[in-house]
Design a protein around this ligand. Structure first.
Ligand code: CP
Ligand code: NVA
Length: 308
């Protein structure tokens, strides 16, 4: 059976834990090596990853490319503007063609249904590089970053401030898998979709939804935010107006535990969702988080190929 990674639950708790363990080991084994040198065992020697981008990307694009090089394989990019996908070739045909030409497909797109369709027709693993619904690859990197900074996941208190978006949905999914708790502070009307909240609660996580940024931040081990306007979203002015109270600033960080971490998947809009002093401050681990995309993506790829 082909292993697709459309969301964290496709792998499950044990496999995501194994991904993090493998990422820690591989990262440690190549300290100060040139970034493009393959790991000693080259586990994906000769493998090719097709990367489809229907939205912009820096980290996802670069981390998957470098991840494939470090695993001994290679990657290439298709964007909608310059491929036949952008001229109306179907997802089903694209999936079947790329399955004959590449060993796995990573896609960043808008509608989650599109990635599900791609996976239905592909005979090689399909990986979610972000949809409007979720961003599971990011969260593997985030979990890795928290663990590296000595935050054991079970029972952790995480505060999410701002928009109830795709990245939050994957944080909630992880909460259900690893039994940590999330307090989500959004303006009214910007809450996460019910299904992600209920799924996390079913998994044993405590999920609290509030409109108070202070209440969410109180006693938190980790504070996370993201852009107030995700790619493809309308109503930028209104979003920026209603999200003002959710900007992560020093006063909000002071509500959290003294050793709390600040995470942001990036790209950041410093001055909107986070102040410069928090973003550049000692509790911010955002560039560890960004680097960890490489290490996390390697273990996602290895899981897809049943090589963890
Ligand atoms: N965090 C993240 O996915 O970044 P990119 O949009 O640059 O890929
Ligand atoms: N929520 C953001 C994440 C970018 C990595 C977006 O979808 O644009």
């Amino acid at each position: 059976m082909v292993r697709h990674f459309l969301d964290l639950s496709d792998a499950g708790t044990d496999a995501v834990a194994a991904m993090i363990g493998d990422a820690i080991d591989r990262k440690a084994a190549r300290t100060s090596w040139p970034k493009g040198r393959p790991d000693a065992d080259k586990p994906l020697d000769g493998h090719v990853l097709a990367m489809i981008f229907e939205k912009s990307s820096t980290r996802t694009r670069v981390s998957f490319d470098i991840a494939m090089r470090q695993l001994g394989g290679s990657a290439f990019i298709l964007d909608s503007a310059s491929s036949q996908l952008g001229r109306g070739e179907t997802v089903a045909d694209t999936a079947r063609v790329l399955s004959r030409m590449a060993d796995a497909i990573m896609i960043r797109t808008d509608d989650h249904a599109k990635i599900e369709e791609l996976a239905r027709y592909a005979s090689v693993p399909v990986i979610n590089g972000l949809t409007d619904a979720s961003h599971p690859c990011q969260i593997v990197a985030d979990l890795l970053t928290m663990i590296e900074h000595r935050k054991a996941l079970p029972g952790l208190e995480i505060a999410w401030l701002g928009d109830g978006n795709n990245v939050l949905n994957s944080v909630l999914e992880a909460a259900g898998l690893f039994q940590f708790n999330v307090r989500v502070a959004t303006p009214p009307g910007y809450e996460p979709a019910r299904q992600w909240v209920e799924h996390a609660r079913k998994g044993g996580a405590q999920i609290e939804l509030t409109n108070s940024a202070e209440q969410a931040a109180q006693g938190a081990d980790v504070i996370i935010t993201d852009t107030w306007v995700s790619m493809g979203q309308d109503g930028e002015q209104e979003r920026k107006r209603v999200m003002q109270p959710y900007r992560v600033d020093d006063a909000l960080m002071a509500q959290a535990k003294p050793d709390a971490l600040f995470l942001h998947c990036l790209p950041a809009h410093v001055g909107d969702e986070v102040t410069e002093s928090v973003f550049e401050g000692p509790q911010s681990v955002v560039f560890d988080e960004a680097e960890n995309r490489i290490h996390a993506q390697k273990s996602v790829l290895l899981w897809c190929f049943d090589k963890l």
